[in-house]
Ligand binder design. Structure first.
Ligand code: GLN
Length: 447
């Protein structure tokens, strides 16, 4: 713990932490040490873990990096936090992120952007940018993030770590601040596949508090990492031939494909003709869900409250106008629009139909293949501010990650070394629902 605390102090300029839990982490460390001495310590004994600042931990502040929740203290712990503590992990602090997990660069946080440790003028990726940088710069052993449309995988790709998003419904969302509930999923950021696997063992599985969690049994992922076997893998053609893809990322992926072939896996290129529909469908559905989820921040029940309001309506209006940042407001407006009576059929319902087509297409592919390959992000980490002027440019950068989110399938971002400028490159592997075991095993054999 003291090593990581020193590292955090040395790397303050990266702005990865919103708060370090000095007291509770120190207390937990003592407790765990006692258990270790008695031989009763849990699976994660002594693992120092950071949590994204949208995950509730009893009696600790949780802000979703928003002014709206600046002074909010969690009245209960999320299931994931309870499970980490039950297995004797040490939770070192809460990590910066995009406001309400909305963003792809960690520049929308009320507490300022998170800087990439390889180049502080570049973004960390988002929305779990603090979680990725914390692992990248060795500020903790592993971190939890949330992934609605790539927020674990894309920052992992930008920071050269492993970002694992399980199947929708594999891990409880209880106590995790909602963005878009039919997409939101907790995921891990680690520097090894075995750390990701041990965390998955602890975090996954049925939860009485969240009825969307699957009741399927949770395998001991970490014990089966060497039992991969040969896989049939499809490369999604259009994602690689896409002009928007950075040539060095493409090259690194082609080299990775050769490596997979030499390991005995079968690789085929298949066409995925729905690529153009992914980003529009994702943004219509997630903003719709977000506008509904965020309606609870009304200045009355909890969250920021304007002090000058003269009546209830102006209290709502002023509190929300002052409490939310620009990107969050944009999404609430967009979401309210696509749900409004005259436009519901044209946008929301259409997007739901597209989502079903995407799922069907993906299910078809998994009749023939075990895994899918695509890039994670079209570019390496870009410069701070570069994509902030135009939200559409930022949204389009999610093109490769939102597929797994729309389909609800597990996906992982794996590092592929660096480009000439020393910026991290990466590849994405996806697999069918609840096939995390094979995905982790393939990742382990590949790295
Ligand atoms: N960049 C995507 C978005 O802004 C992903 C966010 C997420 O996964 N939380 O919606």
């Amino acid at each position: 713990l003291s090593y990581y605390l020193e590292q955090i102090e040395k790397n303050k300029h990266l702005n990865a932490f919103n708060e370090v839990f000095f007291d509770s982490a120190a207390k937990q460390a003592i407790l765990v040490q006692e258990k270790v001495n008695l031989g009763t310590a849990g699976k994660l004994a002594g693992m120092v873990i950071g949590i994204k600042d949208n995950i509730c931990y009893l009696d600790h502040q949780v802000t979703a990096s928003s002014k709206m929740l600046e002074d909010f203290v969690a009245p209960y712990s999320s299931t994931v936090v309870k499970r980490l503590l039950r297995e004797d992990a040490i939770i070192i602090g809460r990590l910066n992120c995009d406001e309400f997990a909305m963003g792809g660069s960690n520049e929308t946080s009320y507490f300022g952007p998170v800087k990439n440790a390889v180049d502080p003028h570049r973004v960390s990726g988002g929305s779990s940018g603090g979680s990725a940088v914390a692992v990248q710069a060795d500020l903790c052993l592993a971190a939890l993030g949330t992934d609605t449309g790539g927020s674990v995988r894309q920052p992992a790709a930008f920071c050269g770590c492993i970002g694992f998003k399980p199947t929708y419904g594999r891990i409880s969302r209880y106590g995790v601040i909602a963005y878009a509930s039919s997409f939101d999923q907790v995921g891990t950021l680690t520097s090894s596949v075995s750390d990701a696997s041990i965390l998955m063992e602890v975090l996954a599985g049925a939860d009485e508090e969240d009825s969307t969690v699957a009741t399927l049994e949770v395998p001991n992922y970490s014990q089966f990492l060497t039992q991969g076997g040969k896989k049939k893998i499809a490369v999604l053609e259009e994602t690689i031939s896409n002009e928007a893809l950075d040539p060095e990322i493409k090259q690194a992926i082609l080299v990775a494909i050769e490596k997979l072939k030499s390991q005995g896996h079968t690789i085929e290129y298949v066409s995925f003709d729905l690529l153009d529909y992914l980003v529009p469908a994702y943004y219509v559905l997630t903003t719709a869900e977000a506008s509904s989820n965020l309606s609870r921040y009304d200045g009355v029940h909890f969250g920021y409250r304007n002090q000058e309001a003269k009546n209830l309506t102006s209290l709502y209006k002023l509190s929300r106008a002052e409490g939310f940042g620009e990107e969050v407001k944009r999404r609430i407006l967009l979401g309210t629009f696509v749900l409004s009576a005259g436009y519901y059929d044209a946008y929301y319902q259409k997007a739901q139909q597209v989502r079903r087509l995407i799922r069907e297409k993906i299910e078809d592919l998994f009749q023939q293949y075990d895994m899918l390959i695509s890039p994670v992000a079209p570019t390496p980490p870009f410069k701070m501010g570069e994509n902030m002027q135009d939200p559409l440019v930022m949204y389009m950068a999610d093109i490769y990650t939102v597929l797994a989110s729309l389909a609800g399938i597990p996906a992982v971002a794996l590092p592929l070394g660096n480009n000439k400028e020393r910026l991290p490159l990466s590849i994405q592997l996806m697999t069918k629902h609840f096939n995390e075991l094979e995905l982790l095993a393939l990742s382990a054999s590949f790295l």
